[in-house]
Design a protein around this ligand. Structure first.
Ligand code: GDP
Length: 403
């Protein structure tokens, strides 16, 4: 009998312990997920930093880890299926994919949309008789792909000369020849590195300009990811105060990779936001400050006044390291006109061509470089967060022509 009572007591205690563990397990599950030991426990910058405030003071409370609340992971029972309450948790910091080889990864997108240029040229060059009509068709193909009048003429002249010298033309010969000539036009010796070092003890400062709708804010966000992927710390300046959603959009990009965004009131003074962003970057000891600007092409004077002021005010902290012009590759001639206007207003140091995934007009790379005398440094190949690639001429031309 005593043995029976003892057994019942043991059974009750066991049930108690198990349900206790389940509760503990629920408690544990309700905690924010633990940070891996090697990563910092602050998962995101404050939602809306006060400009000029000390970065350390504004940082969130570090999250408590499992260890800190006294429940070593090793003792945790197998997780029971628990329905998590929807908590407005701080966003997890993402680790963007490395930038090396991005263009190779994204090559298919480029090739998909560019095939008409490369394939078209190769087909034409493979004709048995390269008569005047064929050369005109070749010229037409290049113009349709937005290569531009002068570069097209140069390329056709070079091809005519070299095809003549070549004599017999195998497809492999033609491909090699076309690759070589396109590469010459795109340029292999331009400095395409996005400059992020000020050379001083202050952050590198990059201003991003372009007409609204070209993908400027998206590109600024993607560029922050590119820089973070390459190990740099970034502060964002939301100086596009014209478009209502731009600051929110930029802040979301920043939060995803742990970059603080300095912003002001809607319709506020872009120059003072840009100034404060650099000040914040200096205070934080950030590597790079990225400033998004508004690109209303209402009048050239208005644009000139606004961008000129942003630039002047930012340069009170020190010279700008890059002014990147964002152009939508699908806009052809219109894009070139925009490029001209911006180049008159500020000294563009690099071009970002967006939406190259949606166009067969990849020749714009050649045309815009010619127009501005400034290299294409980055290209956008999709709406995904890591769809911005450093521009590599060889990979680009390979994608145009196919292997
Ligand atoms: P902004 O007014 O110039 O700041 O324009 P946004 O950054 O808001 O971008 C406008 C639209 O272009 C958005 O829908 C973006 O997702 C899209 N976009 C930007 N870059 C690319 C790109 O490289 N490829 C594609 N397909 N869409 C892009």
């Amino acid at each position: 009998m005593d043995i029976l009572i003892l057994a019942v007591v043991i059974a009750l205690v066991a049930v108690g312990v198990i349900s206790g563990l389940v509760v503990s397990s629920r408690k544990k599950k309700q905690l924010p997920p633990p940070a891996p030991p090697s990563t910092p426990t602050i998962t995101a910058p404050p939602a809306e930093p006060q400009v000029g405030e000390d970065a350390v003071e504004t940082a969130e409370e570090p999250r408590r880890t499992i260890e800190e609340v006294g429940l070593p992971e090793a003792e945790a029972p197998a997780p029971a299926p628990v329905v998590e309450p929807e908590a407005p948790a701080a966003p997890e910091i993402e680790v963007p994919e490395p930038t090396a080889g991005r263009l190779i990864r994204l090559r298919a997108r480029l090739a998909r949309s560019q095939n008409s240029l490369g394939k078209g040229l190769l087909t034409l060059l493979s004709r048995e008789h390269l008569d005047e009509d064929t050369w005109e068709e070749i010229e037409e193909t290049l113009l349709v792909a937005d290569v531009g009048v002068v570069p097209t003429q140069e390329l056709v002249d070079r091809l005519r000369e070299r095809v003549k010298v070549l004599g017999t033309r195998t497809p492999a010969d033609l491909r090699a020849l076309l690759k070589e000539e396109l590469l010459t036009l795109v340029g292999t010796d331009l400095d395409r590195v996005v400059k992020t070092e000020s050379g001083e003890d202050t952050p590198g400062v990059i201003m991003v300009v372009g007409v609204n709708g070209t993908g400027k804010t998206t590109t600024t966000g993607k560029l922050a990811r590119v820089l973070v992927a390459d190990g740099r710390s970034v502060v964002l300046g939301a100086a596009d105060t014209f478009r209502a959603a731009a600051a929110d959009q930029l802040q979301t990009w920043g939060e995803r990779v742990g970059a603080r965004t300095v912003r002001g009131p809607e319709g506020g003074d872009p120059a003072s936001i840009a100034y404060d962003a650099v000040k914040e970057g200096i205070a934080e000891g950030a590597d790079v400050v990225l400033i998004d600007t508004a690109g209303r092409l209402h009048t050239k004077t208005g644009l000139m006044d606004e961008l000129g002021k942003v630039k002047r005010v930012v340069e009170k902290h020190g010279p700008l390291d890059e002014i990147l012009l964002v152009l939508d590759a699908t806009t052809g001639q219109n894009g070139l006109t925009q490029a001209r206007v911006f180049a008159e207003v500020v000294d563009i140091t690099g071009i970002v061509l967006t939406k190259l995934d949606g166009t067969a007009k990849g020749g714009i790379v050649i045309a815009v470089q010619r127009e501005l005398g400034v290299p294409v440094k980055l290209i956008g190949l999709g709406e995904g967060p890591d769809d911005l690639a450093p521009f590599v001429p060889e990979a680009f031309v390979d994608a145009l022509i196919g292997d």
